[in-house]
Design a protein around this ligand. Structure first.
Ligand code: NAP
Ligand code: G4F
Length: 350
């Protein structure tokens, strides 16, 4: 029976990956951080009481900023596969907490790789590093491939570039089976509430239910290549099942602006709308009314922006036989439906 350990199991991707691995009959160890409030809501449906014999999901406290906890967890669990999804993953927040972001997102990857080496697990344990299209930043080529040079535009992007290259370095120096997934934005109903897609879906669903008047956003002109997290965790697993460890771009190959994403959510909610103004003065109204439903708040602009991201995942399609099952429309439909249901069930709003 295969054993895997997921750092970052409580996050969006961690929860989908845990589901996938459990379905494939893995024993899944997950690392969670101590928090004053429960941070396991995305795992509730998978949770197994510690008193259950032969349980398949085992949670441990740990933190990728704590070398000893990383090292002892790896020694204790002796996993066949390690997935490093742990990160301070919010780009805008990385400008506010750059040092912590570097510690968790850059040195965190090094701590895991060092633990593999220190415990002599180079031949036994495979490693996946959660890389990102943010590493391309001010893009040097369109679309971006595995060969496109990096030009990160945030402390988050810079930290992830370190994690990328230290993963390559340990692969080459110590023959560790280590892969970098370079994943473009991926979303789902489980997406954190402050990322733009989830924020738009949540805000516009509340507006539809008369629970909110206006949604405040930042730069509407940024273009992103958005896929579904459920499809993307399959690619992570596939990378570790190959004969040779390599790096892969995972993307849909299509991009739209944040503004178009708003339009698609409004259409899904059957709200007729009209945009007015430009730049900071852009607003969106319910058609033939004075109800301003979207407005700009300059506080959501970043010190530097990644204007456009568009990935080419030909290599993953060919070598991993990876394919996507969601398109943007079906993903938005799922996000909107789940959001409306959860708002209607939320006691606060009854
Ligand atoms: P997420 O929802 O923010 O989840 C991040 C996970 O990391 C959470 O479980 C979080 O724990 C954990 N974590 C944060 N700091 C930690 C620390 N110091 N020690 C241990 N765990 C820590 O992110 P996601 O969207 O699932 O993304 C997963 C990974 O892929 C991240 O590394 C992200 O940077 C990367 N990525 C994401 C995308 C995307 O579009 N989603 C694209 C490319 C790459 P808490 O629950 O306690 O906060
Ligand atoms: O949803 P976002 O915060 O995602 P961003 O910055 O692209 O980062 C996400 O994807 C990366 C992969 O490329 C991951 F590595 C990273 O961990 C994260 O998951 O913002 C998307 C775009 C940006 O251009 C931002 O400026 O939306 C724009 N935006 C406009 N208004 C906003 C808002 N972003 C947020 N979060 N909130 C706004 O109100």
């Amino acid at each position: 029976m295969k054993k895997a350990i997921i750092f970052g199991i409580t996050g969006q991707d961690g929860s989908y990956l845990a589901e996938l691995l459990l379905k494939k009959k893995y024993i899944v160890h997950g690392v969670i951080r101590r928090s004053s409030s429960f941070n396991t809501s995305r795992l509730n449906h998978l949770y197994q009481d510690p008193h259950i014999k032969n349980r398949k999901l085992i949670l441990h406290y740990g933190d990728v900023t704590d070398s000893i906890s990383v090292s002892s967890l790896i020694k204790k669990t002796l996993p066949h596969e390690i997935y490093n999804l742990a990160a301070q993953s919010h780009v805008a927040v990385s400008f506010e907490v750059p040092e912590y972001t570097a510690n968790a997102d850059a040195i965190g990857a090094l701590r895991i790789l060092e633990a593999i080496r220190f415990h002599g697990l180079e031949k036994k344990t495979k490693f996946y590093q959660a890389g990102t299209s943010e590493m391309y930043g001010k893009v040097m080529q369109v679309p971006q491939t595995e060969k496109t040079p990096f030009y990160p535009r945030s402390p988050y992007g810079v930290a992830k570039v370190y994690a990328h290259w230290i993963t390559v370095n340990y692969r080459e120096a110590y023959n560790i089976f280590a892969c970098n997934g370079i994943l473009f934005n991926h979303e789902s109903p489980r997406r954190g509430g402050t990322f733009v897609t989830k924020k738009i879906v949540n805000g516009l669903c509340k507006i539809k239910l008369n629970l909110q008047k206006t949604l405040y956003l930042g730069n509407l002109e940024a273009k992103r290549d958005w896929g579904h997290a459920k499809d993307y965790v399959v690619a992570m697993w596939k990378m570790l099942q190959q004969k040779k460890p390599k790096d892969y771009v995972i993307a849909t190959g299509k991009q739209i602006t944040v503004k178009k994403f708003v339009n698609m959510v409004l259409n899904e909610l059957s709200i007729d709308f009209l945009w007015t103004g430009k730049g900071m003065n852009t607003s969106c109204y319910i058609k033939n009314s004075k109800s301003k439903i979207v407005a700009i708040d300059k506080n959501y602009y970043r010190p530097l922006e990644v204007d456009t991201l568009l990935g080419n995942s030909s290599k993953a399609k060919k070598e991993l036989k990876w394919k996507i099952s969601y398109n943007l429309k079906s993903m938005i439909k799922e996000m909107v439906n789940e959001e409306l249901n959860s708002l209607k069930n939320d006691k606060k709003y009854r």
